[in-house]
Design a protein around this ligand. Sequence first.
Ligand code: ATP
Ligand code: MG
Length: 257
Amino acid sequence: MPVIAFFNQKGGTAKTTSTLNVGAALAERGHKTLAIDLDPQASLTMALGVDVLTLESSSYDLLVDDTVTVQDVARTTTIANFSVVPSHPDLAAAELQLLNALERERALAHKLKPEALAALDYEFVLIDSPPSLNVVSINILVAADYLIIPIEPHPLSVMVLPKLFEMVGRVQRLNPKLAIVGFLPTKVHGTSRLAADMIDDLRTGFPQLLILPSIPLSVRGAEAVAAYTSILAYSPKSPIAEAYRQVARKVEKEIRP
Ligand SMILES: Nc1ncnc2c1ncn2[C@@H]1O[C@H](COP(=O)(O)OP(=O)(O)OP(=O)(O)O)[C@@H](O)[C@H]1O
Ligand SMILES: [Mg+2]
């Protein structure tokens, strides 16, 4: 099953919103989907109504404890076909704990090996990444098969890409199967030139990469978080729900489960 990471070291580009809602759209299409929250902010976990403070185990344990499996930490959510591996603020300490671990870049990859996931029959595994380039981020890049880069229309968005691609290039030596699916423009304001200009820049700068359907600017995402569910469940007919469905269809087409 494909492991797809929503990755961008820049903060606030809608990685979490997109992991949740692309996941919910894949689940709506009948695919059994798992989302792994690997951000110590635990936004995805909290958005699904999981109480972070009373958690017994989380993605932190998955990363630092050799004996913990995905099955041990995954839990179902109120969204059908959609499970989550919750995160915990302790994950911030994983950085230090992994520092002296053997094969510290591969801790996550070991847990996501096809043989380790075979019995769980997930069709898609999605990863929500932190806005950083640290040991956890490297673990994500080493474990993933595909990257989707959520990017918001802002002049600085394109400027951080060389650093991202440099990191991806280095990790591809450890994980040659890592492929970049493309960019997911998020928070796109219909009447602003910024998005059109950014998409032009991305097309020119990265002609080999796909540009996924744009996600419109909308308050529905935050409202859905307040309701502890996906945008698709909260506002099924909204343009932003429809946009996430289109992205899921494209992902399904590009990435055969
Ligand atoms: N399409 C959208 N329209 C308007 N606001 C949005 C949209 N998508 C996300 N947001 C809002 O933007 C903020 C950042 O989104 P989100 O948390 O998904 O980004 P992130 O990349 O995961 O952030 P971080 O880097 O901190 O993990 C949130 O307040 C979220 O509700
Ligand atoms: Mg996030």
